[in-house]
Unconditional design. Structure first.
Length: 395
């Protein structure tokens, strides 16, 4: 069913890097959610009114409120697709995260409401009215909601859409809430035990947990979270695929929406490469990265001395020492030699350490490395600059 709807309503559906295609996916998900929830509301409201089943009528209005989640996803997709302008030169892609955050608040609101109602039912138990029709309607509701959750999950993963994934989680929560109602009805019918409040309390905790997780996943890119480990590896492997490149570091990726990223990186090449040749190489890397991954990359050239035996020996000595002393998460780059005086050398390099290291750990590690290097090479005067990596893969 999902594949049919995508082929029917999303033109060029494989081109998920296109803003127009992403918008079509968002519109499809939003309209589908609105239609399903409206159908459920009308069906439950009619049957709840006829049978007098309060639980069914209450669930009907819950579905009506779920229309808001689909509307938010729909509006968010439309607004995020707006092109860049003078006020927002990087586009409006982050509005997808804002709309997902709004859905997260709706999920939390449902969780708190259920928590409040469940505590009230535990303190003041109410009689439960069992109806076969009610149970049948609620089971049908679960099936439709489950399909809607799977539908949004597939589309959300396909285009990396936080609002769709949040809406999918909201639908799963509705399934849990409705299943809790069914379990309570059945237990009361066959065992005459009222567990409505207890089951509702457990479900409310699950929904609240889900809401917090959605909010966290949405806030990370808004605040400026770490570079995704797979994206970091992909970009670095792409840069290192060029024969002239000796290494790369200091990768920074700025996210302006699921399909809009800017990045900068330091690229190491031989210092024997001419200025014009270096420019041509960096220009080609930037152009190919944009074409292949849709990422606008800015490169900084780091010339590496590959001919001076003293520099090569210093680099090897530093790398081995750091490897022996570090815990596997520590690395170096930009190792260079600066002549200080006759027979003495300043060995200067950057030391990349995890964010979890304290200032004392950084100081102790620096002192150990300096001491070890002076022991191996008394002529070295070691100058170390502590840095942190912006790429998760380096930590």
């Amino acid at each position: 069913m999902t594949g049919f709807l995508v082929k029917k309503f999303v033109k060029n559906n494989d081109d998920i890097g296109s803003n127009a295609v992403r918008t079509s996916y968002g519109v499809l998900a939003g309209i589908t959610g609105i239609c399903v929830n409206c159908i459920l509301f009308v069906m439950k409201f009619i049957i709840g009114t006829i049978t007098g089943a309060v639980s069914v009528t209450a669930d009907a209005f819950n579905n009506l409120s779920d229309v808001a989640s689909s509307l938010i996803s729909l509006v968010g997709a439309k607004m995020a697709a707006r092109p860049a302008n003078a006020d927002h030169p990087f586009g409006h892609g982050r509005l997808e995260y804002v709309s997902a955050l709004a859905v997260a608040f709706l999920v939390l609101e449902v969780g708190f409401k259920l928590l409040k109602d469940s505590v009230s039912k535990i303190l003041n138990p109410e009689p439960i009215q069992f109806s076969v029709v009610s149970v049948v309607v609620l089971v049908l509701s679960i099936m439709l909601k489950l399909w809607l959750s799977v539908f949004n999950t597939k589309l959300g993963k396909r285009i990396n859409s936080q609002p769709m994934l949040a809406t999918a989680a909201d639908s799963r929560n509705d399934c849990l809430s409705t299943m809790a109602t069914i379990v309570s009805l059945l237990v009361f019918s066959f065992l005459s035990i009222n567990i409505d409040g207890i089951v509702g309390l457990l479900v409310s905790f699950l929904i609240l947990k889900c809401g917090v997780e959605i909010a966290k996943d949405t806030l990370d890119p808004l605040i400026g979270g770490n570079v995704d480990i797979e994206l970091s590896k992909t970009i670095k492997e792409f840069i290192l695929s060029y024969p002239e490149v000796l290494g790369c570091h200091d990768l920074i990726v700025h996210n302006y929406g699921p399909s809009k990223s800017f990045a900068s990186v330091h690229v190491e090449i031989s210092d024997t490469t001419g200025l014009e040749a270096s420019h041509i190489l960096m220009d080609g890397i930037e152009r190919d990265c944009l074409k292949k991954y849709g990422i606008q990359l800015v490169t900084h050239t780091d010339p590496i001395d590959v001919t001076n035996p003293k520099t090569i020996a210093a680099r090897e000595c530093v790398e081995k020492t750091v490897k022996d002393i570090g815990d596997g998460r520590v690395s170096t780059h930009d190792v260079r030699i600066v002549h200080a005086s006759e027979g003495k050398f300043n060995v200067v390099f950057d030391l990349i350490v995890p964010y979890s290291y304290t200032q004392e750990q950084n100081r102790n590690l620096t002192e150990k490395i300096q001491e070890k290097l002076r022991e191996i090479k008394p002529e070295y005067s070691v100058v170390i600059t502590i840095e942190h990596s912006f790429a998760e893969a380096d930590n």
